[in-house]
Design a protein around this ligand. Structure first.
Ligand code: ZN
Length: 479
């Protein structure tokens, strides 16, 4: 067991603790309390980070790590369809081969972990290559396999969906999701088919019993005492994970051009499809707003993440809230494209789960959720700081279906921790939002991440950087 101590421990789902301590055992949070409630005994390492805040690992709910190599190559412009066209051309050359994809994903993970992002919702154009790369790293992910099937390439639907839902690389840590890209790159039939297949997979798996994780064998006999199940889970290969439900993600209501296209079937998005060479006269015109269309096609579910939702009216918000779907707001990307103000506050007030994403490095200078939080804090100082932090942590975990594993500092959850230094003497944990300091330590599953390496360095190497190691101290939590 190890104890991490800091001036502030910020659990997110409970009150921040001044002079707090977190005990980590077996990669999980074992205890969390004020330091004065810890009784010293013997032989436990205590790492004191001093004037710092320990917060949960950040969750970047919407990104495209495959595009990491395209950083700064297609600066965002107000003409979104034109930007997509330039991006598509660049992807065909620079982000299309297996090695390009794998290098980009690994580099994206390295950059993410370095800034404290321990969980991501990642869109994968090349799901198997992306997931293979993700699986070699320490990050936790939902890898949403992307489907594009419209007009001249509508017959790609079946192959693309099968590829996206391929569970070859499914594990407890890297989960498979499905992403029909948008209402203008997947036709109504395709959107409905994606929803149907994901929901069918969910329904089938909801009722499925995996004998490995059940105390009862096929004949009803007890094959393993319940007490042993934990050990079996820990030792089993990742691919036997019981969590195989298929979450959905769709770029929705991102631009007014998209809305015009789904309502009228024309405008800059139609021109984009023509420029891409996929337009044909059989592309259906739904005559629905994007959110209405998503609902009509069965895409709005509690396991759905809507990327952006930049242009939604009151009715749209109510539809999303009633469905239980989440929204990933990408503040700096949103700003870079010059969109109208995002309605995240009204969404949250209406009861929606709103989380944060960076989108790709093609439209954002970094993959840092902390940078998004600081950006948001600066522009919306009136928004409760606890709410802002939750958007970058727990809300993202909920949106991705990882809320039982991460997103807050709670006993039993994974020890995904970010240590942020504060001004000395630190008077409040929210000072972390008012500086540009980067994490001095990041832990994923209890193990320290080395910024120079995508992989975790096995358990703690004392003396640690940015923390004072006090050995030969055994402590016991009395509460
Ligand atoms: Zn995106």
């Amino acid at each position: 067991m190890r104890i991490y101590r800091a001036k502030f421990v910020v659990p997110v789902d409970s009150t921040p603790i001044e002079n707090g301590a977190i005990a980590v055992h077996g990669g999980l949070i074992d205890s969390i309390c004020a330091w004065h409630k810890v009784t010293r005994v013997a032989d436990v390492e205590v790492i004191d980070f001093g004037d710092a805040a320990i917060v949960p690992g950040f969750v970047n709910a919407h990104t495209h790590l495959e595009l990491t190599n395209l950083a700064r190559k297609v600066p965002p412009t107000p003409d979104f369809p034109h930007w997509i066209l330039r991006l598509a051309k660049l992807i065909a050359v620079e982000a299309n081969a297996q090695e390009q994809v794998e290098v980009a994903v690994r580099e994206g993970v390295r950059q993410s972990l370095a800034v404290g992002v321990t969980t991501i919702g990642d869109i994968a154009r090349r799901p198997q290559w992306s997931r293979a790369a993700l699986s070699q790293t320490s990050i936790r992910a939902v890898s949403y396999g992307e489907v594009i099937a419209v007009g001249a390439i509508r017959n790609r639907l079946d192959v693309a969906v099968a590829d996206a839902m391929n569970r070859e690389w499914q594990s407890e840590r890297v989960r498979v999701g499905l992403s029909p890209h948008s209402p203008y790159t997947v036709e109504q039939h395709g959107l409905r088919e994606c929803a149907r297949r994901a929901n069918a997979a969910n329904a089938a798996l909801d009722g499925q019993t995996n004998p490995l994780f059940s105390p009862l064998g096929k004949g009803g006999e007890m094959i393993r005492p319940p007490g042993e199940i934990r050990e079996i889970v820990d030792d089993s290969p990742d691919r036997t994970s019981p969590n195989k439900s298929i979450p959905l993600c769709v770029h929705l209501a991102e631009t007014l051009d998209e809305e015009r296209f789904t309502l009228q079937g024309d405008g800059p998005i139609a021109d984009l499809l023509k420029s891409l060479g996929v337009w044909d006269e059989h592309i259906p015109m739904p005559r629905l707003r994007p959110v209405e269309l998503a609902r009509h096609c069965g895409l709005l579910t509690p396991r759905t993440l809507l990327a952006h939702a930049n242009y939604v009216n009151d009715d749209d918000i109510q539809l999303i809230v009633r469905s239980g779907a989440s929204v990933a707001y990408c503040p700096r990307t949103h700003h870079a494209f010059g969109h109208a103000p995002h309605r995240f506050r009204e969404m949250i007030a209406a009861g929606m789960n709103v989380c944060l994403g960076t989108d790709s490095l093609a439209s954002n200078p970094s993959l840092s959720v902390l940078d998004e939080l600081r950006f948001l804090r600066e522009r919306h100082p009136d928004v409760l700081i606890e709410m802002v932090l939750a958007m970058g942590t727990l809300n993202g975990a909920k949106a991705l279906g990882f809320e039982d594993e991460c997103g807050s500092l709670m006993v039993g959850k994974s020890a995904d921790l970010v240590v942020l230094p504060l001004e000395r003497p630190a008077s409040s944990w929210d000072e972390m939002f008012h500086s540009n300091v980067q994490p001095v330590a990041v832990f994923a599953g209890g193990r320290r991440v080395e910024a120079s390496d995508i992989n975790i360095v096995t358990p703690f190497i004392p003396p640690c950087k940015g923390g004072r190691l006090c050995t030969n101290t055994r402590v016991e939590f009395i509460s």
